[in-house]
Design a protein around this ligand. Structure first.
Ligand code: PEP
Length: 260
């Protein structure tokens, strides 16, 4: 895994009551001792209305929080949207951009996602840019071309100096929430292509510093084999992030790859 520290993200999506969210967060904080957090970054992506509460609970713990999305605009008449500065105000240090449930579910284009990346970085947020192919694209042999196009268009105008604030999440759409995950070899192969492309867009040294997470039906029983791949630097976890013991086991699996 070179010198990259693994990162595990928990994407809670539009789930949990406020009380459940607080309970989940507390259970995670109880299980995440300093030893684990010294070896693995942990970021939570709660629903927007819970960010302040989860920010209060996680303050000083070493666990960071982020938005599930961010507006492409800095401020103004954009009903229902949340700006990067608002996320920062409530304690977020990062945001997801381009999760497939927005990219494919809501039709967000690469150019909109690129605007989100630029606005978020300009405001000072770290960005986790999600990329991934659909099942049709995979079956027609286009996976790599699609993913690299999403990567290149999403990063238009991002300077090499900002790469330290970028994480890529490779999330094949057919694997998200389906119980079907990419094999460790398939994940490694795509992650390697993503890193090689970053090396061409920027330079190899900078590309080697960027964390590339895998997302798509990661569970405690498949996590370690996926995270053990040399270009896989942890995971973005949906369903299993809602169960504290499963999420903690996934963090432990990432730590095991550092220890081995
Ligand atoms: C996700 O939402 O980013 C995700 C990977 O979901 P799941 O783990 O449920 O497939």
């Amino acid at each position: 895994m070179a010198n990259r520290q693994p990162l595990i993200g928990g994407n809670w999506k539009m789930n949990l009551t406020p009380a459940d969210a607080r309970g989940l967060c507390s259970a995670l904080l109880d299980g995440l001792d300093a030893g684990l957090l010294a070896k693995c970054g942990v970021s939570l992506f709660p629903p927007f209305p819970y960010l302040s509460q989860i920010s209060d609970l996680t303050a000083g713990s070493g666990v960071s929080i982020g938005g599930q999305d961010v507006s492409a605009h800095e401020n103004g008449a954009y009903t229902g949207q949340t700006s990067a500065s608002m996320l920062l105000e409530v304690g977020c240090t990062s945001t997801l951009v381009g999760h497939s449930e927005r990219r494919h579910g809501l039709g967000e284009s690469d150019s909109v996602l690129n605007a989100k990346v630029l606005v978020a970085m300009k405001a000072g947020l770290d960005v986790m840019l999600c990329v991934g192919e659909t099942l049709d694209e995979r079956e027609s042999g286009q996976s790599e071309a699609i993913v690299l196009q999403q990567l290149q268009e999403g990063l238009q105008g991002v300077s090499i100096n900002d790469l330290g604030r970028l994480t890529i999440a490779y999330e094949p759409v057919w694997a998200i929430g389906t119980g079907r995950n990419a094999t460790p070899g398939d994940a490694q192969s795509m992650h390697q292509s993503i890193r090689a492309d970053l090396g061409k867009q920027y330079d190899v040294g900078s590309a080697n510093g960027v964390r590339i997470l895998y997302g798509g039906s990661v569970k405690p029983d498949n996590a370690e084999a996926i995270f053990a791949q040399p270009d896989v630097d942890g995971g973005l976890i949906g369903g299993a992030s809602l169960q504290s013991e499963d999420f903690l086991d996934i963090v432990r699996a990432a730590v095991a790859t550092v220890d081995s």
